[in-house]
Design a protein. Structure first.
Length: 542
């Protein structure tokens, strides 16, 4: 019994200091690893590298679940999960280290290796990208060794004192008094450990915070972006027609403000692309490969064009759609100058972070306004939306047409190359599906009896919307009033009045595009080429 109690006692006695040592070790890894990212870029910080590798490795259904469940906070949730996992494993490693230092240190080394491997697995990795993980892990291994030795020193000191005290007590019979006079030595050992622990934790926290700020400042292109002047476009978009937006409270703006424009990408930290060193290559199956600087791009005749952009992951009625007034150079003109070779049926855009997006060459060259966009709603592209340059081709979902942070255009074939999302099972070619959304009334609204105003948006990008219909409770369809059309590349707003009796009602909407195709009722998942089905809203009339 006594020995068992002793064992349990030792285990418990190890748990708290072990956990503390483990957590401080992890803090050192992060606190040293983060500032080291100043040499290799924010995307190489250990947690970011591991998170990015996790995003690429996540099976599509899980990723769809994450996007559906966490929406725009999916990246925050992922990073929080990574730090939480790190903390749990760190606690275990610390407890192990108190039992056997070498095992604890080995766990830290494995962690460093995982971070380094993740950094190297990135499509645009350089050897230096392992530095934050390697340097962080080495510092953490040293910190763990020091902390464990210090703790064991304190323990040994204490054990020694106890033996001495016991001996002396035996000799003098005055244990209490002798113990009292020994207290300073014992306290010194413990204080030594505490000082080391608090000091290391503080240094790690300070290093992490200062380092993070330094990395953010060093890699921030906000200042350069603020100095970019977009020349006046050679071809201006006409002013928006009067009445593109019916005056209904709660209806989306016709032009989505940049701050409210949806953002969908795999970038855990936003790529910071320096416009002064940016170039765009056009290569592959072309007669004359081209390389353009940002100044070259701005010197081309610029086109202003309104376009709605939408995401294949948008659920029926969802928020991943927006309209902006873009400015950019003609993509088709540049491709013609490069001389597209026969058979090059796929145009692959590459971003600085290695994302690849493939678009049918034929569509880019068929007369539509595809852009190498540099401005969005009167300002240089926001960093989150692809600064300094992104591709836009009206008619296709973003994942097959809208490469942000674009640095490379390759003419190739669909047979030869599968871009990022195609490798994950999504369709090679994905035209935007005809869709409509009820913005007003909001779900579960309680409204007074009488005519109920229904309003929303509908889009069939590049085909254009010809009709929108609404109905209540599965009754006859009523034609909605279409607001003025901007271009076929933008969404169209609409309103309708329904007279409803008191009680619960379900309002549905469907659109018809300019080819006469009616939005289908059948529900389809977003995977592999976009959701279908009618959006509906349930309200109560009182
Ligand atoms: N470099 C890069 N470009 C990208 C993506 C990405 O993950 N990385 N996502 C694409 C997808 S899926 C969509 S829907 C659009 C979204 O553009 P937005 O974030 O400006 O709204 O960008 C596209 N371009
Ligand atoms: Mo998307």
């Amino acid at each position: 019994m006594r020995s068992l109690g002793g064992k349990v006692g030792t285990a418990a006695a190890r748990a708290v200091p072990g956990a503390v040592i483990g957590l401080i070790t992890a803090a050192v890894a992060v606190g040293v690893g983060e500032p080291t990212a100043v040499v290799s870029g924010p995307q190489t910080a250990p947690a970011v590298a591991v998170g990015s590798a996790a995003i690429d490795a996540t099976p599509t259904p899980l990723k769809e679940f994450a996007v559906r469940t966490f929406g725009a906070s999916d990246k925050l949730v992922l990073l929080t999960g990574i730090y939480a996992t790190l903390a749990v494993i760190a606690v275990a490693a610390g407890v192990l280290a108190l039992r056997r230092l070498r095992v604890g240190v080995a766990v830290v080394a494995v962690f460093g290796a995982v971070g380094a491997w993740a950094a190297l697995s990135r499509p645009t990795a350089k050897t230096a990208d392992v530095l934050p993980s390697v340097v962080g892990a080495l510092a953490a291994m040293a910190a763990m060794t020091l902390l464990v030795c210090s703790w064991q020193g304190a323990r040994t000191g204490r054990a020694l004192q106890q033996t001495e005290q016991a001996e002396q007590a035996e000799q003098t019979g005055q244990a209490e008094q002798t113990g009292g006079s020994r207290l300073p030595a014992r306290a010194r050992d413990r204080r030594g450990f505490l000082t080391l622990a608090v000091g290391t934790a503080g240094a790690a926290a300070a290093g992490g915070l200062v380092g993070r700020a330094a990395v953010d400042r060093h890699y921030n292109v906000a200042l350069k972006r603020s100095r970019v002047r977009i020349p006046a476009p050679a071809s201006r978009a006409p002013a928006l027609p009067a009445g593109v937006r019916p005056n209904v409270a709660g209806l989306s703006e016709f032009i989505t403000p940049n701050a409210g424009f949806y953002r969908v990408d795999t970038a855990l930290v936003l790529p910071q692309v320096d416009p002064d060193t940016w170039t765009l290559r056009i290569r592959g199956m072309v007669d004359r490969p081209v390389e353009l600087s940002f100044a070259d791009l701005l010197a081309r005749p610029l086109i202003e064009h309104d376009q709605t952009v939408s995401c294949v992951s948008n659920e029926v009625g969802g928020p991943y759609v927006g309209t902006a007034r873009w400015i950019g150079a003609s993509l088709a003109d540049l491709l013609r100058e490069a001389g597209v070779r026969r058979g090059a049926d796929q145009l692959v855009g590459r971003s600085i972070d290695g994302m690849t997006i493939g678009t049918p060459t034929e569509s880019v060259l068929d007369g539509r306004t595809g852009l190498l966009a540099v401005a969005m709603n009167g300002e240089p592209l926001p960093v989150a939306h692809g600064f300094p340059c992104r591709m836009l081709v009206p008619g296709f979902f973003g994942y097959v047409s809208a490469t942000k942070w674009l640095v490379d255009l390759e003419l190739t074939t669909f047979a030869d190359y599968d871009p990022y999302w195609v490798r994950r099972g999504w369709s090679r070619i994905a035209p935007v599906k005809t869709a409509s959304r009820i913005d007003v009334p909001q779900p579960f609204a309680r409204l007074p009896a009488g005519p109920v105003t229904v309003a929303g948006v509908a889009w069939a990008t590049h085909r254009g919307v010809d009709a929108v219909e609404v109905r209540a409770d599965g009754g006859p369809w009523a034609t909605a009033r279409l607001a003025a059309a901007d271009t076929p590349d933008t969404w169209r707003q609409w309103t309708a009045e329904l007279t409803l009796t008191p009680g619960l009602h379900r309002i549905e909407v469907r659109a018809t595009d300019a080819t006469g195709t009616v939005q289908p009722e059948a529900r389809a998942d977003t995977f592999p080429d976009g959701a279908t089905g009618w959006h509906s809203v349930v309200i109560t009339v009182v």
